[in-house]
Design a protein around this ligand. Structure first.
Ligand code: T5A
Ligand code: NA
Length: 213
């Protein structure tokens, strides 16, 4: 992590997965659990469609704006950089951040369109690194049963299959705490598994800090 390790630092958790895998559901459940437990916690998502760059991304996803693949890839990354400073400040101030999609989606979706994988990774290098990534996986049949795919770009079976393959690339999991979570189960069962993983990460973080003192 690039923001140091003060005694009060918050933790940074990211949810990843295909469309309709349950990221929003699970990330909001975790937020609710942590805030009820009295922790300072903030939920956010990418793309953040409310910023100027996010507005362009939203138009692109809703097919109202055409952009070259390379350009939109850079916009998704820039949309994270817009928030990087506030993420670091919140973590330093002791706030835990829960984020629905992050740079891993950026790479998987663009690589699925045929862009070079390491080229895709480059613009996100230097962003705050999460303490834990929960990757919700569901197989194609479960995804299809759940989905009510709309008109947004990428919301089709062919693209989802390509993204699924990219998410398996070990380069995404290198040097990060990545946890695969079976997203095809009951919501509460999934939540309980994520909650205990979060407590383990928190414990480890505290032990590491004590060792450093
Ligand atoms: N993208 C994103 C890029 O290309 N590059 C990038 O850098 C980034 C950040 C928009 C698109 O942008 C792409 C990826 C996307 O294609 P988005 O706005 O996050 O990204 O849109 P989606 O991921 O498509 O959001 P969804 O809402 O579709 O997916 P979620 O959040 O994974 O799913 P969720 O929780 O809303 O659940 C979907 C449905 O399933 C039910 C829910 O109630 C809901 O109806 N559900 C369950 N049903 C049964 N059992 C469970 N365990 C369930 N969990 C949830
Ligand atoms: Na979502």
């Amino acid at each position: 992590p690039t923001w140091g390790s003060s005694a009060t630092r918050g933790l940074f958790f990211v949810f990843e997965g295909l469309d309709r895998s349950g990221k929003s559901t699970q990330s909001k459940k975790l937020e609710e659990y942590l805030s009820k437990a009295g922790r300072s916690v903030k939920w956010m998502c990418f793309p953040n469609r409310k910023t100027p760059i996010g507005t362009a991304i939203d138009l692109y996803l809703r097919r109202q704006l055409e952009l070259p693949d390379e350009a939109v890839h850079r916009l998704f990354s820039a949309n994270r950089w817009e928030m990087a400073k506030s993420i670091v400040e919140d973590l330093r101030a002791g706030t835990t951040i829960i984020c629905d999609r992050y740079a891993f989606s950026g790479v998987a979706y663009s690589a699925a369109k045929g862009l070079d994988f390491s080229w895709c990774q480059a613009p996100d290098r230097g962003l705050p690194c999460p303490d834990g990534i929960f990757f919700l996986h569901i197989d194609e049949k479960v995804g299809a049963a759940r989905s009510n795919f709309g008109d947004e770009r990428y919301e089709n079976a062919e693209m989802q299959a390509k993204v699924r393959a990219q998410f398996k690339d070990p380069r995404l999991r290198a040097n990060v705490h990545w946890k695969d979570v079976n997203g095809a189960r009951d919501m509460e069962v999934i939540h309980a598994e994520i909650r205990s993983a979060v407590e383990v990460i928190r414990q480890e973080d505290q032990e590491n800090r004590q060792r450093a003192i």
